[in-house]
Design a protein around this ligand. Structure first.
Ligand code: MN
Length: 752
């Protein structure tokens, strides 16, 4: 029970003031600024003199704590500290009006206080809407005011969460779920990772007390073992780093209760299945000019003792994450056979990673002050809102615009970043193309793909929250009808349609001219009837589509020529027994081929020693042992072996339809004598080709026949023909190649 003791409380209040001043770290503490904070402090003490918190403590403890958090943990300046001290004054004491605040503390402070008050007010008026969406709406509203409104609100919430135990259970649940849903995400987005983590843990503690306790207990229980392990693990490293003369600290970073719980529920695993409960962090104290070099020195020491996992090296020092995160991460094998993540970074990087904006300012502020940086940030946020206005292509005032936001914005919108780290919001489900068009119409029109978080992605890849996207362009690319299926934003759809229509207009005459020439060549009189006949045959939607396809080469003379021959051809097709059957049974050609191959009960057995046998392997599909194959017998008794899905087989069927023989590979010796083709795609880097060749030649002992590599705009495309033994080995090789750093896809292909 709290015992009221005015004398003690007066001392505690005064101590609070001292703590705030200590936490406040401006470049220069002027007398005027100190006086301003003192004035705000005194006003707050006076205004709240009669109020007490649920815990029984004087209410003023709360604004003092919020001001302290604002200065210490958020790293904000005097204006924010003043506002934090006054944040509940206008609302709780009718004697203090906004006009009074404006008169005493100026317009900016009054505006921020107004914003803070509004956030609270709207919620009490509007009880019908879900409290969470409502709060978020208000937070967006606050963006229109001043970002400090949100930051102080975050500090306010953090202190309320830290003292939530005194609230009744129903309020605890409401506040905790709102915190998890909104404030933790907000803290994360603002780069306050420590605060985010604390808010998440606190909300879980109140929402799922038993789960929280269970996980927390288990962590404490395991900690001792881990610490013993970690001590052993770092022992040799410590020695060597010290020998280099570097100043450093080594920590063990344990996963938060909340993130363990998240992983357990997302992946449906037990606590004991979580293998990355901790990471080892080595923080070195190096000057900025040397920090990268020194981090790599440490990496070299670590890997002297422990083998690194090849694909787990993350170098966010050379290319920091969009949110500014810098660190070197490696996963190494400990002596006891356990993978351990080691994070290597400088003290500066560590502070930015932990404290986001607060640390940024500390390190980046050389000349300009915190408030200027804040203003820049506010402007960025305002731009974000402005962009949405353009998106909806209507002029509205700010409030109406916010009403337009879907209530559950967090679920329907994703936040992604440009390569320079600028934030863009897109609807959930948006693709690379949507993003490209959101940047610029030309970027969209020429988009050939993207690098998402440095991994190659196709134009229809769906974006995820937090992705950083670099669009890859090619002058040769142009929008296609099929793109309309790949986008969900109206903007992208409209731009694609516009581009296609423009192109069609441009290409109309060009295509028409070509078609006319071709028709003449086919001895067909050129007129509208002929055009329309061709339109029907070509199965295009309109003449402009037809001419367009001709102009860009999708339809060529051979295609057109074959259209005029097709009636004859189809008669011939249907004369084949299986083709007639197919039409009625509705089977695919592939299935028919298989059926047909089954008719002959004695399969042709294929050896791997091709020389002894009287058959040829199809040069298009290149069957290899293990493939489903069939033999097609030509009139000259030549046997050609195809894969059952070979496109070339379709042509052969038309010619030798009823001479299809079932074929099977004999399972025996493994001769590496079968030609096959694979295509690789990925991100180009030094040494990639050497690595691929090594795997094929040394690891698998296959021979490469031809190797074509095309690298442009950072994308690497390789076509390799090689001799392999069978499908199992080929699958194995493909699997191995996919593990190579940078390789995005490896597929077996036919010859084209
Ligand atoms: Mn408050």
């Amino acid at each position: 029970m709290y015992e009221i003791d005015p004398e003690k409380e007066a001392i505690e209040i005064e101590n609070g003031y001292k703590r705030i001043l200590k936490a406040w770290k401006p470049k220069k503490k002027t007398k005027e600024d100190v006086a301003l904070i003192r004035k705000a402090f005194d006003v707050a003490v006076e205004a709240h003199s009669k109020d007490r918190r649920k815990s029984g403590e004087p209410f003023i403890y709360h604004p003092i704590a919020v001001a302290e958090i604002t200065a210490q943990e958020l790293g904000l300046g005097k204006t924010s500290i003043v506002c934090a001290l006054l944040h509940d004054v206008v609302e709780d004491n009718k004697n203090y009006t906004l006009d009074y605040i404006k008169k005493e503390f100026g317009e900016t402070v009054a505006k921020i206080i107004e914003g803070l008050t509004k956030i609270d007010k709207v919620s009490s008026i509007n009880g019908s809407i879900s409290p969470q969406s409502e709060t978020f709406r208000k937070i967006l509203l606050a963006f229109a005011y001043d970002i400090r409104v949100i930051l102080i609100k975050l500090a306010d919430r953090l202190h309320n969460m830290r003292t939530l135990e005194f609230m009744p259970r129903d309020k605890q649940i409401k506040i905790a779920s709102e915190t998890e849903y909104i404030y933790a995400s907000l803290a994360h987005r603002l780069g306050y990772y420590n605060i985010k983590s604390e808010l998440e843990d606190l909300s879980l503690k109140y929402l799922e007390p038993e789960v929280y306790k269970m996980i927390d207990d288990k962590i404490q229980e395991k900690k001792k073992d881990y610490l013993r392990f970690i001590n052993k693990f770092v022992y040799p490293i410590k020695h060597d780093i010290a020998e280099l003369g570097l100043k450093f600290e080594i920590f063990a970073r344990f996963k938060s209760v909340y993130s363990i719980w998240k992983k357990m529920s997302d992946k449906k695993v037990d606590f004991d299945d979580i293998d990355d409960l901790f990471a080892i962090r080595i923080v070195i104290d190096s000057p900025p000019a040397l920090e990268k070099f020194d981090c790599w020195k440490v990496y070299s020491i670590v890997t002297n003792y422990y083998n690194p996992k090849q694909d787990r090296l993350r170098d966010w020092i050379s290319t920091p994450k969009a949110n500014g995160y810098e660190s070197l991460h490696a996963t190494v094998m400990s002596n006891t056979g356990q993978w351990v993540e080691v994070q290597i970074r400088s003290k500066r990087m560590d502070e930015i990673a932990e404290n986001g904006l607060a640390a940024h300012w500390k390190y980046k502020e050389k000349s300009d002050n915190v408030d200027t940086r804040l203003d820049q940030w506010i402007n960025q946020m305002k731009n974000l809102i402005e962009n949405h206005k353009i998106e909806s292509e209507e002029e509205e005032d700010a409030v109406e615009f916010i009403d337009e936001f879907k209530p559950n914005l967090f679920n329907d919108e994703i936040f992604v970043f440009t390569p320079k780290g600028h934030l863009r919001t897109l609807p959930k489900g948006a693709s690379v193309l949507d993003f490209a068009y959101a940047i610029h119409t030309d970027i969209g029109n020429h988009c050939i793909g993207a690098k998402i978080n440095n991994s190659l992605a196709s134009i229809n890849e769906i974006l995820k929250n937090g992705d950083q996207i670099e669009i890859l362009n090619s002058k040769k690319q142009y929008p296609k009808e099929s793109w309309l299926e790949m986008v969900i934003t109206q903007r992208a759809k409209a731009r694609i349609r516009m581009a296609i229509n423009t192109m069609k207009k441009e290409k109309f005459d060009e295509g028409k001219k070509k078609v006319s020439e071709w028709l003449k060549e086919l001895n067909i009189e050129v007129n509208d009837v002929a055009f329309n006949e061709l339109l029907m045959k070509s199965k295009r939607h309109s003449l402009s589509d037809l001419f367009f396809d001709v102009a860009i080469g999708t339809l060529n003379f051979d295609d057109i020529k074959s259209l005029y021959k097709s009636p004859e051809k189809s008669r011939w097709y249907s004369s084949l027994p299986f083709f007639g059957k197919a039409k009625s049974s509705g089977k695919s050609l592939d299935e028919i081929i298989k059926d047909q191959a089954d008719i002959d009960p004695t399969p042709l057995l294929l050896n791997s020693e091709t020389t002894n046998l009287d058959y040829t392997l199809c040069k298009i599909c290149n069957p290899i042992p293990g493939d489903d194959v069939m033999a097609v017998v030509s009139p000259g008794r030549e046997i050609i072996i195809h894969r059952t899905n070979c496109p070339e087989a379709i042509k052969h069927m038309a010619q030798f339809g009823n001479r299809i023989v079932k074929a099977k590979w004999r399972k025996e010796d493994k001769t590496v004598g079968f030609l096959t083709r694979i295509e690789l795609k990925g991100i180009d880097r030094k040494g990639l080709i050497a690595e691929i060749s090594t795997i094929i030649g040394n690891n698998f002992n296959f021979n490469i026949r031809t190797l074509h590599i095309k690298a442009s705009e950072g994308i690497f495309e390789g076509k390799i023909t090689l001799y392999v033994s069978d499908t199992d080995a080929l699958q194995h090789l493909i699997h191995e190649l996919k593990q190579v750093d940078g390789i995005q896809s490896v597929v077996r292909v036919n010859r084209r």
